[in-house]
Ligand binder design. Structure first.
Ligand code: AMP
Ligand code: ZN
Length: 483
């Protein structure tokens, strides 16, 4: 079965067919760095991480881009209030965001473009829209996108959301980045400098000012991924106006289809209500860590709900995550023990001596793998995917109790689990420290490689494998990992 995803553009579940075989472009709207990201934001970013990991699991070469919105209305307001410089202010929240991303074990996007570092690209895009007659300069020096001119060229404004143009008041304009669909109007591409902006402005052919939020994403996504790319993702609140405006600006400038698949994650509620500081149900990641929960537990809980369903996040649910993870850890730990200490384990049938039996036992990881992949293919049906995992845990525990898992079976089961965990990203509770003997072997292998004695280095690698350790070569050097 091929991967199917719900495309907001077609309002239907569609088979994912990448437009290029060598690279799949995935753009996720990133954080507005004016505060610590809250657990709702994290639901969307973890969803983005799941999409990337699923595509990679299926063999796609993904280029994952996430912008950092480091200039927009809310940021400027906070910069003014805190009397800090733009860079100083956004820098602290960007650092916190990247730290949180790691805590939740989200893969670092390949590109993290900053709006403030793409002002020339933004200006060039606006100039293109002006040249095409779709954008115009207003009396105050700001530049607006003309919805009427865009529609006059035969383009559709309202591809993601049905809009009722009969109710629109012609000639209206909106300067703020956020507005409701009822007040659909020409929106700002470039905002002329006003005293409240303080030192936040750039020179441009249209006069001093700063970009609107929507044009930032059009410029940065097309700069890295090209004028047309495969996937664009964000929370459902971004469908209008942000993503609708991105489509209009990008397609208006290039005349080409912008994005093939638009994916939107539903919102998160906390204890049944929209998060709000006054209700006491507003949590950043650090708030939850301070309560003693781990990034792993939070990631797990966020990954239990289907991305298109509103998710009710509760502290009770987080406690439940602890016990669910403990069940997985215990099972994986026992499988590792079988491989790590074959001599001390009670006698078990070995794959080489009892092929019939081994085949049956090996069937479990294969089945896990198939059921897990099939679930993901079905528009990321995560409940079915976890269902497959926990059924495998139950079945493995039963066999462990029977003492009928050989070392070969355990190796196969762990290999399947590791592959699955490349999508889930929950790892195991503790990364096991390698004992001195294993570290010494790693050093010996490095020395052999340096001396170009590849026969010996391969032999050491095999010896390590037999002892339950694999070497992963990373840009920072080789790392030992327990199988
Ligand atoms: P922001 O930093 O405000 O631009 O938001 C970053 C991402 O978080 C966007 O994709 C939003 O759609 C998403 N987001 C905001 N609030 C929530 C929420 N309560 N639940 C899920 N996603 C959210
Ligand atoms: Zn965006």
């Amino acid at each position: 079965m091929a991967l199917k995803l719900f495309n907001t553009l077609s309002r239907s579940v569609q088979e994912f067919t990448p437009s290029r075989s060598d690279r799949t472009g995935l753009y996720c709207c990133g954080p507005t760095v004016y505060d610590f990201a809250h657990i709702g934001n994290w639901r969307t970013f973890v969803f983005g991480d799941l999409v990337r990991r699923t595509l990679e699991f299926q063999g796609h070469a993904v280029t994952h881009v996430m912008n950092i919105t480091d200039v927009e209305d809310k940021i400027i307001k906070r910069v003014r209030e805190t009397k800090s410089s733009l860079r100083e202010f956004t820098g602290q929240y960007e650092a916190a965001f990247l730290g949180d991303l790691k805590t939740l074990n989200c893969l670092l996007p390949h590109h993290l473009p900053h709006a403030t570092e793409h002002i020339p690209e933004i200006i060039a895009l606006i100039e293109k829209l002006i040249a095409r007659g779709i954008a115009y300069r207003a009396a105050d020096g700001s530049v607006y996108f003309s919805i009427e001119k865009y529609r006059g060229c035969g383009c559709t404004y309202g591809k993601l959301l049905k809009l009722n143009f009969d109710e629109m008041r012609a000639g209206e304009r909106v300067k703020s980045d956020e507005y409701a669909k009822e007040s659909v109007a020409d929106f700002a591409l470039w905002k002329a400098r006003v005293p409240e902006d303080g030192e936040v402005f750039w020179p441009s052919p249209f006069g001093e000012g700063r970009p609107g939020w929507h044009i930032e994403c059009s410029a940065m996504s097309m700069k890295v991924l090209g004028e047309s790319f495969d996937l664009h993702l964000g929370g459902e609140d971004l469908i209008f106006p942000h993503h609708e405006d991105e489509i209009a600006q990008s397609e208006g400038a290039t005349g080409k289809p912008f994005v093939k698949y638009w994916l939107h994650g539903a919102h998160l509620l906390v204890e049944g209500k929209k998060m709000s500081k006054s209700l006491g149900n507003f949590f950043t990641l650090r708030d939850l860590l301070a309560k003693g929960f781990t990034g792993r537990e939070i990631r797990y809980l966020l990954l239990t709900a289907h991305y298109r369903e509103t998710f009710n996040f509760t502290l009770e649910g987080l406690s439940g995550a602890k016990s669910a993870l403990a069940r997985i850890d215990e099972c994986v730990g026992k499988l590792r023990e079988i491989i790590g200490a074959p001599g001390t384990a009670p006698a078990r049938p070995d794959a080489s001596t009892e092929p019939q039996r081994a085949e049956t036992v090996l069937g479990a990881p294969d089945e896990l793998f198939t059921r897990f992949s099939t679930a993901l293919d079905d528009d990321l049906n995560i409940s079915a995917a976890w269902g497959a995992v926990f059924e495998w845990v139950r079945e493995t525990n039963r066999r462990l109790a029977e003492n009928s898992i050989s070392s070969a079976d355990a190796t196969a089961a762990l290999a399947a689990w590791n592959k699955i965990d490349s999508v889930l990203g929950i790892g195991t509770a503790r990364e096991v420290e390698a004992p001195a003997e294993i570290n010494a072997l790693l050093e010996a292998r490095q020395a052999a490689r340096k001396a170009k004695d590849f026969k010996r280095s391969d032999a050491i690698r095999d010896e390590l494998k037999a002892k339950g350790w694999i070497i992963e070569d990373s840009p920072k050097g080789p790392k030992l990992k327990k199988i």
